[in-house]
Design a protein around this ligand. Structure first.
Ligand SMILES: Cc1cc2nc3c(=O)[nH]c(=O)nc-3n(C[C@H](O)[C@H](O)[C@H](O)COP(=O)(O)O)c2cc1C
Length: 362
């Protein structure tokens, strides 16, 4: 039985890593992130004092497919923003994530907003960030990727693109084009980020005219270009935009980015408080698109049950960020165990049968 692969939360390894994650959370949020990245760059999962359980048996029947990206061992990938500059892709792959998204990368280097700019909401399993696209810039990241020789097999890597803070909206298309051209040799897929709340004017680019122009300009690459939208659009505007993106020929959608908030801090809210809104976006998109465009779900996916619910609502795969902060380096393993339990409970052997089942049962 698949559940025989379960790692007990009471095992020494689990306790050790839980302790480490709790210790990191004693630090200010961005310092903790920097320490985590430092460890991941050094591929710390390979250096643990105890062997990691294999996920091979656990993921039987859980493979997923993303058009233009390929087959995935399971549906849980890394969301943008954790590794903005491609510093630790190998470390993330060792954590068991099935695909990785690097970025957001801006054409020129920029520092982002002043610190503090990342805040934990511990009691809600949430985060608020106003990082503001701190980026090493396209040139340095491309050089890092050139040296990395990433194979995209078995873990495909996408590049999430943004515009510089001081690029005027009228010239924004040039920033995205520059990103697509610079990263063409390294990206399995691209994500056009027009949804982060922390760069003034960025969300204004989530309009039909801008995105159609971008699609036309890069029509030869459209099979690998996805668009990431925010969860704060009114339903009708959102639905008309996703229809237009489908007509324009984009490969797929990422739903969704963070929810814009002013309190208790200004920025983008992620984690549990985002879950309901991000799920609604998925349902709204399905209402107008059916299966016309593949969707990667993101936003408050903290457990295997959450993964099940998003796949049931039509997502082809999911991405996580905040759950890694709260659940630590074994997050993927825990979530896969929970997903397996949820599938067993509901009588599903294959994740492909779960996809869209929410609408069929309705
Ligand atoms: C600190 C932080 C930085 C982020 N940076 C980016 C980014 O650069 N580009 C992007 O598209 N999304 C970014 N995101 C959004 C995540 O990719 C993800 O869509 C969002 O956090 C919802 O997923 P979650 O609830 O699993 O965290 C960031 C999120 C956080 C918490």
């Amino acid at each position: 039985m698949a559940t025989s692969f379960a790692l007990s939360p009471h095992s020494t390894l689990a306790r050790f890593l839980r302790w480490g994650t709790a210790a990191l959370r004693l630090l200010p949020a961005e310092t903790a992130h920097d320490v985590g990245m430092w460890l991941l760059e050094r591929q710390m999962m390979n250096r643990l004092p105890l062997p990691l359980p294999s996920i091979t048996g656990l993921i039987e029947g859980m493979s997923a497919h993303l058009p233009g990206i390929g087959d995935l061992a399971h549906p849980i990938g890394l969301a943008a923003g954790f590794d903005k500059n491609a510093r630790a892709p190998r470390g993330f792959a060792e954590m068991g994530l099935s695909f990785l998204e690097i970025g957001t990368i801006t054409p020129r280097p920029q520092a982002g907003n002043p610190k503090p700019r990342l805040f934990r909401l511990d009691d809600q399993a949430g985060l608020i960030n106003r990082m503001g696209f701190n980026s090493d810039g396209a040139e340095r990241v491309a050089e890092r990727l050139r040296r990395l020789h990433w194979q995209h097999e078995p873990v495909p890597m996408g590049i999430n693109l943004g515009k510089n803070k001081d690029t005027d909206a009228s010239a924004a298309i040039e920033d995205y084009s520059f990103g697509i051209e610079t990263f063409a040799p390294y990206a399995k897929y691209f994500v056009i980020n027009v949804s982060s709340p922390n760069t003034e004017g960025l969300r204004g680019l989530a309009n039909e005219q801008f995105l159609r122009e971008l699609a036309f300009r890069h029509r030869a690459d459209l099979h690998r270009i996805w668009v990431k939208l925010d969860p704060d659009m009114p339903r009708r505007a959102f639905q008309s935009l996703v229809s237009a993106l489908s007509d324009a020929g984009f490969q797929g959608l990422l739903l969704s980015n963070t929810h814009r908030v002013d309190l208790p801090e200004k920025g983008g809210m992620s984690g549990h408080p985002l879950a309901a809104q991000a799920t609604a976006c998925l349902e709204w998109a399905h209402e107008v698109l059916g299966d016309r465009l593949p969707i990667i779900a993101s936003g408050g996916i903290l457990s295997g049950q959450d993964v099940f619910q998003r796949i049931a609502r039509g997502a082809s795969a999911v991405q996580i960020y905040t759950s890694l902060v709260y659940r630590g380096p074994l997050t993927v393993l825990w979530m896969l165990q929970e997903l397996r339990a949820e599938m067993d409970l509901r009588g599903y052997r294959f994740l492909s049968d779960v996809k869209g089942s929410y609408y069929k049962d309705a």
